[in-house]
Structure formats: structure tokens, C-alpha cells
Write a protein that binds this ligand. Structure first.
Ligand SMILES: [Zn+2]
Length: 206
């Protein structure tokens, strides 16, 4: 039952006005309401699951939330979740991973699944992380009109980029700023709970 409620929370976040306002490009990756709508659709029909981590080990230690792509599952740490803008920003972060995964992974492509208008070739794990942090910060900015208050360098840098995107439709993140954020993400310890990192890997996201 609680997972049903968590799923409803994810729907509310993805279909919120703040998520709907998001529309930007970063390093060839497009993040917008249409993508989040697709994620909602995939959650609704069970292709992506939303689960509550009930035991240690179901999520990477220290992770705030996690998208586990092998299971196509968004893991959330407690119930209720999404009670404040930070938690909802973490949901947006994980759903951005899901967006990148669902719309671009080869199994979906082979099945004639949905395609999107941005390029996935050559994009690495840390590219994917960086865009997820930008999305979380921009969502938080729209929700609260304030930066995501966090002392971690990753969030601080993502906030700076989010400010450049605020109120714009289809804006492109400066490549230099993106590279800086990606570098900071790559240097952040994977179990830093304030950084909301998912399990790192060096898989090329295709
Ligand atoms: Zn992540």
C-alpha cells in the first residue's frame, strides 16, 4: 500500500507545474516535461517501478534515493517521501536518470520504443549524473524560488547552472559549466549522502 502512495507522490512531482516548466539541454541531453510525462507513463504501466527500501542493502549506503537501472526501479528511502522540496528534488533527480534510461536504452529502441530528440551516443555515467543534479536544482528553484540549500560542491554548482536556466524554454547549459559540474560529480565520494549519488559506474549510456 505504501508503495502505491509513493508512486502517487512521484506522479505528483513529475506532473507538477515546476516539473512542467523545465525545458533545457545539457551536453546534448534534453530534459523537459514530455520526457517526464513518458517516465510517468512507464511508471503507470509498471515498466518502471517505485519501491520503498525496507532493508539495508536495498539501496547504496548513504544514497538519498536511487534509480536502479537493471531493475528499472526508483528506490525511495522512507514513507512518506517527497514531503519537502529537497526530497521532491531528489525524486526529480532519480526520474531524470529514468528518463535518460527509458528513452534511450537499447532494449527499448529494439522494441521500437519511444525515441527522443536528443543524442545519447558517447554520454557517460557522470554526464548522466550531472544532468540529474541540474534537473533537481532547477526543480527546487521553481518550487521554492530559492537555491537548493546544501553545502556540497555538487549541489552548489548545479544551483549556479539552474539559475542560468530559470524561466527559459529550451536553453542550453554552457558546456564549460557542464564540464565543471561533471568534474565535481566525478570527484565526489559515492557514499556522500548529501550529494544524493547513485551507484557509480563507467557504463556508457546508450
Ligand atoms: Zn544520480
Amino acid at each position: 500500500m505504501s508503495e502505491t502512495l509513493l508512486r502517487d507522490t512521484v506522479f505528483k512531482v513529475l506532473l507538477s507545474q515546476s516539473a512542467t516548466r523545465m525545458d533545457f539541454w545539457a551536453h546534448g541531453m534534453h530534459v523537459n516535461a514530455g520526457g517526464y510525462g513518458m517516465v510517468s507513463y512507464y511508471i503507470w504501466n509498471g515498466i518502471i517501478r517505485v519501491r520503498l527500501a525496507r532493508r539495508a542493502g536495498q539501496m547504496t549506503a548513504g544514497a538519498e534515493a536511487e534509480y536502479q537501472k537493471d531493475e528499472r526501479t526508483i528506490m525511495l528511502p522512507r514513507d512518506p517521501y517527497g514531503v519537502d522540496a529537497k526530497e521532491r528534488g531528489a525524486i526529480v533527480h532519480e526520474c531524470t536518470h529514468a528518463l535518460r534510461h527509458v528513452l534511450f536504452s537499447s532494449p527499448y529502441s529494439k522494441e521500437g520504443g519511444p525515441r527522443h530528440d536528443s543524442n545519447m551516443l558517447g554520454q557517460l555515467h557522470f554526464d548522466n549524473e550531472a544532468v540529474a543534479y541540474i534537473a533537481g536544482s532547477l526543480y527546487h528553484l521553481y518550487e521554492t524560488k530559492k537555491d537548493w540549500a546544501d553545502l556540497s560542491p555538487v549541489i552548489r554548482e548545479a544551483n549556479v547552472i539552474a539559475r542560468t536556466l530559470e524561466g527559459k524554454v529550451g536553453a542550453t547549459v554552457d558546456e564549460g559549466a557542464f564540464a565543471t559540474l561533471r568534474l565535481i560529480v566525478s570527484q565526489t565520494p559515492p557514499h556522500d549522502s548529501t550529494a544524493l549519488l547513485s551507484t557509480p559506474d563507467d557504463e556508457t549510456w546508450k
